[in-house]
Design a protein around this ligand. Structure first.
Ligand SMILES: Cc1cc2nc3c(=O)[nH]c(=O)nc-3n(C[C@H](O)[C@H](O)[C@H](O)COP(=O)(O)OP(=O)(O)OC[C@H]3O[C@@H](n4cnc5c(N)ncnc54)[C@H](O)[C@@H]3O)c2cc1C
Length: 504
C-alpha cells in the first residue's frame, strides 16, 4: 500500500500552493485532482481558435517589484515568480450604462477621486470625504489587523471599530444622494458576491484599496499559466500528481486521518490531508458521518452558500478597438441601485438589468487572442436554486435566452458587436456545479457575511487530527486569498512536524 506524508485533495489555487509548499520542504506529497487539468476555477478552455479565461478578471495583492504585495512575496518564496509574466492593467474599471454614461477610473487614489468628482460635481466634497475615510480605514485595518497590533483598541483605531461591520450601503448613503455614484463606487461587491446592503464595509473598503494601491494584474497566458507553473514547481520538488483521479473518502480512525481512498478504490496511507474541495463535500461526502463531530455540523448549518454565476465567453473576429472597447474591466450597469433588489435579480433566472462585469484581456495584453481577434468574458452573479428547477429538456433554451439578455446589454453599449462574433460559449450555475464540484455551484465558498468575515474566520484546522483545509471555504475567496491559504495550511503541517524534512 502506498504511503505519503500528506495528500492534497484538489488542484485549485489552494491545493496547488499547499502541495508545492509541502514538497518544497521535502515532504512526500500526493496531489489528487478529479479533472484532467490543474486550476479548479483558475483555468481556461478552448473553442475554435480561442483559449478562454474562466475566472480571473483582476489579480489583486501582487504589487510591483518595487512595492510588492503579499501575493508577489508568497509566489517568490514558492519559486514560481520567475516562471510567470504578469501584465499590469492600467485601468481600475470602466462604468458604462445603456443610456450613454461612461466613466473610467484609474488605479490611483487621487486620480480616481478626481474622476468621480468630475462626473459628479454636485457630490464633490462628499467624494473627497469618502476617499479620506477609505484611506484612514485602510491604514487602521493594516495596523490593527494585518500587523496584528496587540494594543488595538477602539481609541487607537476609531475608523476601523466604527465602520468595519456597517453595511456598505449605509456608509454610501451617509455620504451621497446620487444613486449612480453610489452604484459606481461599490461595483466591487460583484467580486465578493454580497450586495452592498449586506456587505461589511471592511470588505468593500479593502478590495478597493488593494486594487488602487497594489494595482490590478493579469497573467500572461491566463490563470491556466499560473496553475501550470505552480503544478510544474510542485513536480520539480518531487511531488506526485494524479489527474482524472478524485478522492472518494478521507479515512479516519480514532479522530485522526489515516489515509485516502481514491476514485479507483486504491487505499493510500497518510497522516495529513489538506482538502481543497468544498468544506461541505469534505464533511458530507468524503468523511463517514460517524467521524464528523457535531460541532462541525452545527457550524455548517449556520452558514450560507455563496452565489454562483452566469458567464458568457465571446471570441470576436476583430480588434477591441473596432468594437469600441478601450478598457480591460468594464462594469455594464443598467439599474444603478445598491438596494436589496440586487438579491432578487441574483435569484431569478432571466438576465435583464443585472450588473455585469466584462473583461477584455486583449487591452492589457494584445497577444492574448490570435492576431486580428479579441475575446471578452462577461459575468453576472446568479444563485443555482432556480436553475435546479429547470427540466433538462428546457435547459438549453433557457441558457441561450439568458445569453441573449447578456448580448443585448453588450450591443446597447458596444453597437455592432454581434456581427463580429466568431465563437461563443455559455456557463450557467449548473456548469459551475459540474466543473467546480461545489454545492450550488458556489464560486466564493460560504457567503462572506460579517459574522463569517475575515475578522471571525474559523481556522483552517478541522477537529479531526491531520485534516486541514485550503481554498475559498476557510476564508476569503479570490485568487490572492486562496493561493495564500494553501501556503498557510502547508506551513501548519510543517510546523507540527517540527524540522522540515529536506530530501537528500
Ligand atoms: C466566474 C468566476 C470569476 C471569478 N473572478 C475572480 C477575479 O477576478 N479575481 C479573483 O481574485 N477571484 C475570482 N474568482 C474566484 C476565484 O477564482 C476562486 O476564489 C478561486 O479560484 C478558488 O480557489 P480554491 O482554492 O478555493 O479552489 P477551486 O477553484 O474551488 O478548486 C477546487 C479543486 O478541487 C477539485 N476537487 C473537488 N473535489 C475533489 C475530490 N473529491 N477529489 C479530487 N479533486 C477534487 C476540483 O475539481 C477543483 O479543481 C472567480 C471565480 C469564478 C468562478
Amino acid at each position: 500500500m502506498a504511503n505519503y506524508d500528506a495528500i492534497v485533495i484538489g488542484a485549485g489555487n489552494g491545493g496547488l500552493t499547499a502541495a508545492a509548499t509541502l514538497a518544497k520542504e521535502g515532504l512526500d506529497v500526493l496531489l489528487l485532482e478529479r479533472h484532467n487539468i490543474p486550476g479548479g476555477a483558475a483555468t481556461s478552455f478552448c473553442r475554435g481558435r480561442f483559449e478562454f479565461e474562466v475566472a480571473l478578471h483582476q489579480l489583486s495583492g501582487l504589487g510591483t517589484p518595487d512595492k510588492p504585495g503579499l501575493l508577489r512575496t508568497a509566489l517568490d518564496r514558492l519559486g514560481v515568480l520567475d516562471d510567470l509574466e504578469f501584465v499590469e492593467i492600467s485601468d481600475l474599471y470602466h462604468i458604462a450604462t445603456p443610456d450613454g454614461f461612461r466613466l473610467t477610473i484609474r488605479p490611483d487614489r487621487i486620480e480616481a477621486a478626481a474622476a468621480f468628482q468630475e462626473k459628479f460635481p454636485h457630490e464633490k466634497d462628499a467624494i473627497q470625504g469618502y476617499f479620506d475615510l477609505l484611506e484612514n480605514f485602510a491604514n487602521d485595518f493594516i495596523g490593527a489587523f494585518i500587523f496584528r497590533d496587540p494594543e488595538a483598541s477602539r481609541e487607537k483605531y476609531p475608523r476601523l471599530y466604527e465602520n468595519a461591520f456597517k453595511p456598505s450601503s449605509e456608509i454610501l448613503d451617509s455620504f451621497f444622494s446620487d444613486p449612480l455614484l453610489k452604484a459606481a463606487l461599490s461595483v466591487y461587491w460583484g467580486y465578493l458576491g454580497v450586495p452592498p446592503t449586506r456587505l461589511a464595509f471592511a470588505y468593500l473598503a479593502m478590495i478597493f484599496f488593494q486594487y488602487v494601491e497594489f494595482k490590478p494584474f493579469h497573467v500572461k497566458g491566463g490563470s491556466q499559466a499560473l496553475s501550470n507553473a505552480i503544478l510544474n514547481k510542485f513536480l520539480s520538488y518531487g511531488g506526485t500528481a494524479r489527474f482524472n483521479c478524485g478522492a472518494n473518502k478521507i479515512l479516519v480512525e480514532d479522530g485522526a486521518v489515516t489515509g485516502v481512498l481514491t476514485a479507483t478504490d486504491e487505499k493510500i496511507n497518510c497522516a495529513h490531508v489538506i482538502s481543497n474541495a468544498s468544506q461541505v463535500s469534505t464533511y458530507t461526502e468524503l468523511i463517514d458521518p460517524q467521524h464528523v463531530p457535531d460541532s462541525v455540523t452545527i457550524e455548517m448549518k449556520g452558514r450560507r452558500l455563496s452565489t454562483s454565476a452566469f458567464s458568457m465567453f465571446v471570441g470576436f473576429d476583430c480588434s477591441p478597438d473596432e468594437l469600441g472597447i478601450t478598457v480591460s474591466t468594464n462594469f455594464l450597469m443598467a439599474a444603478p441601485d445598491i438596494s436589496d433588489a440586487i438579491l432578487e435579480r441574483m435569484r431569478r433566472i432571466d438576465i435583464e438589468d443585472e450588473l455585469m462585469v466584462m473583461s477584455c484581456y486583449d487591452i492589457a495584453d494584445p497577444d492574448f487572442s490570435p492576431p486580428g481577434t479579441c475575446q471578452v468574458n462577461i459575468v453576472t452573479l446568479k444563485y443555482a436554486d432556480p436553475w435546479l428547477q429547470i427540466p433538462p429538456a428546457k435547459y438549453h433554451e433557457t441558457k441561450y435566452r439568458c445569453a441573449e439578455g447578456m448580448l443585448k446589454r453588450m450591443e446597447e453599449i458596444f453597437p455592432g458587436a454581434r456581427s463580429h462574433i466568431e465563437e461563443i460559449e455559455v456557463a450557467t450555475p449548473l456548469t459551475h456545479m459540474r466543473y467546480l464540484g461545489t454545492p450550488g455551484g458556489a464560486i466564493y465558498g460560504y457567503e462572506q457575511l460579517p459574522k463569517d468575515s475575515l475578522f471571525f474566520q474559523p481556522g483552517r484546522y478541522a477537529p479531526i487530527n491531520g485534516l486541514l483545509f485550503a481554498g475559498g471555504w476557510i476564508g476569503d475567496c479570490g485568487f490572492e486569498p486562496t493561493l495564500r491559504s494553501g501556503i498557510s495550511a502547508a506551513k501548519s503541517i510543517i510546523k507540527r512536524l517540527g524540522q522540515g524534512r529536506k530530501k537528500s
